[in-house]
Design a protein around this ligand. Sequence first.
Ligand SMILES: [Zn+2]
Length: 211
Amino acid sequence: MKKIDYQKQGEWIQGHGMLQSPILLDPSNSSKSSQEIIEYTSPLIGQKLIDKKNNLGIESDGTIKANGRMFSLNEVHFHLNAEHQLKYESRPRALEMHFVFQDMLEEKLVVGVTFIIGNTNETIERLLSGMDSEFKLERNVNLSSLVPMDGNYYWYSGSLTTPPLTEGVEWIVYDQPLTISNGQLEHYRRFYFEKNARSTQPTNGRKIYLI
Ligand SMILES: [Zn+2]
């Protein structure tokens, strides 16, 4: 796995399409809808930690149904600080977790969950202690507790946020953050000190739903 240079993200190739991610999420510029489009059809289970050089990855399993399509969870990983930003907040949230799903045609859907500093997060604690034990998990970790299942979310069409920045990725980004403690964030930063957050990209008039 090759380390990505976030200082040179302006030079990343293929990042100049019209549907790039992340974006600035603006509730006043989003279409409100009460029509639920996602359903978690099985628990999301983290099986194996992966050192992705820039960040922590987790080989994972689980399913989601989105707009009638079934997707399977492949990988979960983190971004320091959060990549998606909220229009009404003056600075990025501390951390963003991406649940990367794929359907049978290998089309991707990513669920983004952000974290702010607050109470200790028990599930994150288990991941951190796995990192301390040479990236080995004692047993599988239930990652479903890291999704605010009944929270509101933004839904839009975007891209991967790392090269090759492929478009055609469906995004679900939860509005409501979860918390980790300051000590937990420092613990994570002992392994991954450098930021790995791509800058927000132009929305180019994209339709963004708030559900
Ligand atoms: Zn990501």
